[in-house]
Design a protein around this ligand. Structure first.
Ligand SMILES: [Zn+2]
Length: 417
């Protein structure tokens, strides 16, 4: 009897040890796989490797196509940087060529580092869609690099560590918002020492995270980490204490333009969320019936990840909700395109994403213990938001073309009841 019990105990121990080793190896070496397809150099030609190159390419394509339309305007908003006086949000506005009925806004780089892909998609839009598909009752506004600091220096946030997608509090709210869940987890989410990629905390990050998940449940943890917070200026998803300068600058500009139209479709381009190489449509389910109808008609037949669903998380201070609140008389239809990079919908991908975010934020505030840690963290962060894989880039561009051309057509045909 005793012998049998011992055998069971030893077997259990071996299984536990094997599971521990397996999960550690799997987590350490984890990276999501590309879809299976051939890279296409024509699709790759829209992508660039620095903020300056992206901005130049955007300006160049505007110049090239602006003569095809009447009254095209373009310009830039300067964003002050402490150590950089060459940060701009560039824009191009093509007014509806006949009646000002609908306005399509597409913006990139709200989360700085995500601007590389957003910029590429905007340039493709100018070169392949603008001329072919835009009806004469539709105006187009392209905003390039809403957070030029983060774009240029490979951060998601602004120079003030503010996440612009948590900073856009609607005017009926204020910045005095508590996220108790985040406050309870600061020890885990914001380590306050130089990054050492090889210390025990980082080697066994997944174990600590799994312990936290068991303790709090995944939805609670995800909500605490991602919803946004307004108390810890060195934490991630920090929404700030006031609007960032570019948000203040953009408001009158946008109100002015939107007021000219009866309907707006606002597309916000992001990377980093969801299945690698897949384009996700991601928004909170609109409470307004007319807006919901607009979303469902324009994106008919396409799966939408409603942020308010149980498996997802809701956020405050979101840019597209803020835009929609600016001009109450105009129907504003919001949509986020999220290009997945790390399978963040799966457990290992999700843990890896959170770890990389913690490490990058920690490095930005407390530095790095050694060069190896700095190189590795910066490399993983860039790969998480701007994969270098030609296959990934090809797939994203091909899918964006399909989606944008279909979206423009449906938006053109959409009628308010
Ligand atoms: Zn984003």
């Amino acid at each position: 009897m005793k012998k049998a019990l011992n055998t069971i105990l030893y077997s259990l121990l071996v299984i536990l040890l094997a599971a521990f080793i397996w999960s550690t190896v799997r987590f350490t070496t984890y990276w999501a796989k590309d879809p299976v397809l051939e890279a296409d150099s024509a699709q790759l030609s829209y992508y660039y490797e620095t903020y300056d190159e992206c901005r130049n390419a955007f300006i160049k394509s505007i110049v090239k196509f602006s003569t095809d339309f009447d009254s095209v305007k373009s310009g830039n908003f300067y964003v002050h940087g402490k150590a950089d006086n060459d940060l701009t949000i560039n824009w191009c506005y093509i007014p509806a060529q006949k009646t000002r009925d609908k306005l399509l806004i597409i913006n990139s780089g709200l989360h700085g580092i995500e601007g590389y892909t957003g910029s590429a998609v905007q340039i493709m839009f100018i070169e392949k869609i603008l001329n072919q598909y835009i009806p004469d009752n539709m105006g187009v506004l392209l905003l390039h690099g809403l957070n030029p600091y983060g774009f240029k220096y490979n951060r998601k946030t602004t120079e003030h560590n503010v996440d612009l997608n948590r900073n856009c509090i609607t005017h009926d709210q204020n910045f005095d918002i508590r996220n108790q869940g985040f406050a309870n987890l600061t020890g885990f989410l914001m380590p306050a020492d130089p990054v050492n990629i090889n210390n025990l905390r980082n080697r066994f990050f997944h174990m600590t995270a799994i312990y936290r998940i068991i303790q709090k449940s995944m939805p609670v943890l995800r909500q605490a980490a991602l919803q946004g917070q307004y108390d810890f200026e060195k934490g991630f998803y920090y929404g700030g204490k006031d609007y960032e300068p570019q948000i203040k600058t953009l408001e009158p500009f946008l109100v002015n333009l939107i007021n000219d139209y009866s309907m707006v479709l606002n597309v916000d381009l992001h990377t980093g969320y969801g299945e690698r190489g897949t384009m996700h449509l991601f928004i909170d389910k609109p409470e307004d019936e007319a807006v919901l109808k607009g979303v469902e008609t324009i994106f008919e037949g396409i799966k939408i990840d409603w942020g308010s669903d149980e498996d997802f998380y809701s956020i405050g201070g979101e840019y597209i909700s803020w835009i929609n609140s600016l001009v109450p008389g105009v129907l504003c239809i919001p949509m986020c395109f999220e290009y997945g990079t790390l399978n963040s919908q799966e457990i290992f991908g999700s843990l890896k994403s959170i770890q990389i975010m913690i490490l990058e934020n920690q490095g930005a505030h407390y530095g790095y213990k050694n060069e190896k840690s700095e190189k590795k963290v910066k490399y993983m962060f860039k790969e998480m938001y701007y994969p270098s894989s030609p296959v990934w880039r090809t797939k994203i561009m091909a899918d964006s073309y399909e989606m944008l051309s279909r979206m423009v057509k449906n938006f053109g045909e959409f009628k308010m009841e």
